[in-house]
Design a binder for this molecule. Sequence first.
Ligand code: 5AD
Ligand code: SF4
Length: 358
Amino acid sequence: MEKNNKPDSLFEKIESEENLEQNELIRLLSLTDQRDLTRLYRLADQVRQKYVGEEIHLRGLIEFSNYCRKNCNYCGIRRDNRKITRYRMTMEEIYTAVREAASVGFRTVVLQSGEDLFYTGEFFAELLHRIKTEADVAVTLSVGERTRQEYQQMFQAGADRYLLRFETSNHVLFKELHPDSNYRERMNALTWLEEVGFQVGSGVMIGLPGQTIADLAADILKFKDLALDMIGVGPFISHRDTPLADLPSGTVEMTYKVIAVTRIVTKDTHIPATTALGSLGPVDGRLKAMKLGANVVMPNVTPAKYRALYELYPDKICLQEETAYYRDGLTGWLAALGRPVASGYGHGKKGKGRHRDG
Ligand code: 5AD
Ligand code: SF4
């Protein structure tokens, strides 16, 4: 009995790459002893090395609109937040930002916004067509729930990947947090994206009010179940102008544990060290995340005048840096890790993109 309470047998199971069950994931996520955590993180780092190698992929993030039709309770750009100044970038502005990111070496751009129906399927088709004929970048879209037809339109126009987090696999919690979304519909959207041909990314927040360790273990099993290409997890950060203003944020340590266990369970996925993680601690937590499973960073390349307005959560890092400076700075930061920056597009394992990695 006593032996069973020690994590050694769990670590051995990880080493021999056996499947872990939910109660085992719960035990891993409950570890607090520093020696145990060090061992867990080392194992996750080994899995990362074996399945996705040493390269770190940079994705240039362009937040092109902070209008949103939804009212997610945690989010600073939710519809009912009247305290923020809203902005929409024009096609020309988005395109210019993409060109700039491409010119300093980014091989992927992520175009993200609130759920803003001002931008139609046709808009994305035209933008994508332009980007794909004139810039050499893979494109990830992250614009929320849309119709299957719109997803099809975006993919056909050349978008390679799509990010849509399910935020939590606990249906009750999902409902509490999302007054105008439905868990089933979110999952259907993820299925459509997959069917349409996208490399699909999803993820959750860590430390949501009422979320348990069992929920996080279930989230990780859901990642595996969905056979995702990319998985983004970051701490929930409480925002003053939302209904969750007075609730505590998630922790850096739990985020590390979820990243490590996600790497161990899902093996060959792309896992970013998220901006939310970098923003929470006194030191940038993204560096450590890179040593326990993460292999992607998404520097913000939104034009400086809009950047501070895309405030999903407070104290977001890197509000000032210009695109080129940031890429150079970050490359040095990554060099300190002794890991190379990837020069290819960094497609997901399914390699559904239309380019070959090179
Ligand atoms: N804290 C942390 N992450 C947040 N997001 C939105 N609001 C917050 C917050 N307050 C995340 C959600 C969303 C992604 C774009 O940003 O997970 O999917
Ligand atoms: Fe809108 Fe996304 Fe924020 Fe929800 S999380 S309010 S959908 S931007």
